[in-house]
Design a protein. Sequence first.
Length: 376
Amino acid sequence: MAISCLSDLADKVQCPLLVIKVGSSLLVDSGGVRDGWLAGLVTEIAQARKRGQDVIVVSSGAIALGAAKLGLEKGGRGSLADAQAAAAVGQILLSGLWSDLLAAHGLTAAQLLLTLDDLEDRRRYLNATATLMRLLDAGAVPVVNENDSVATQEIRFGDNDRLAARVAQAAKASAVLLLSDVDGLYDRNPKEAGAKLIPEVAGVTKATHAMASAESASGMGSGGMTSKLQAAEIADLAGIALVIANGTHDRPIARATGEGIGTLFRPRRKAGARKAWLGGRMRLRGALVVDAGAAEALAGEASLLAKGITRVEGEFVRGDPIAIRTGDGRVIAHGLAEYDAAECALLIGRHSNEQAEILGYAPRRAVVHRDQMVLK
């Protein structure tokens, strides 16, 4: 089934599994937890379960809650150590909130803390998938957050928008609902006069990105419209619809689905599970820069040959994930390297029939095979 309109998110046939992302500014304000708002959202989740839908929640708020408890300045984001300490305290508070509110509706909450590496490493990604599926089969509501108590600047998502899209990929969800502080994507900054809400987007393009702002309006969260568009790109690879809707209102899901207020990103394609995982990776080991002829061949679903490579960047070994990009910096594909970076450097611009003599062994013809590549 395909999501064709916002009301489909409340349809158990069109949307049997929904991932809902809740941002920090929605859950917590200067006065503490927004208890009434959160209780209303949990009621909506319970209603979704009653009509036969499974729900996964991706919830921010641990750092904000922990910072308030510990009395840390700058909402706990003054330093990495502050953020990690705040998260360690806040995760207990956050999981308790969700557990108590869901229990009031006869639902069991399950906490799942993930780091970037948990979803970038293929084996750990599959383990996360298995855990999510088992929890759903058992009737639980998984509540997912980044494990900020151990994540560092180099190995973290940095926002829960992209985490939600990756979780949706892992769980094979039907749609992702990003609850934000705006109604959706606007054609320009929504604070500007004449800004118009865009109800539907078919594929994220350069023009789409140009409309976005990287700012987080509340100052409490870590995402902005840019991170939401990146999440839409991740979801698109797996054929998953993504919706941005305003979460500041009471019963925000009903507002989005019942009144049709929000932006629906309809996926253009559906890559296989492995390729969707590969295309959604955020940490790559290096890059191969290619010429125009190679870029055109890749667009026609060809493998990447050494002849089309103009530059090698980074240090990587065979099997590592790498980016493939054009000379002007545009990433056109992610793939798994068939050669080490040093070997790729030796093969730049060379024909396949020259490779054995250069390397001293019978080589693989493709530097990145099309079966181990996903176009962006």
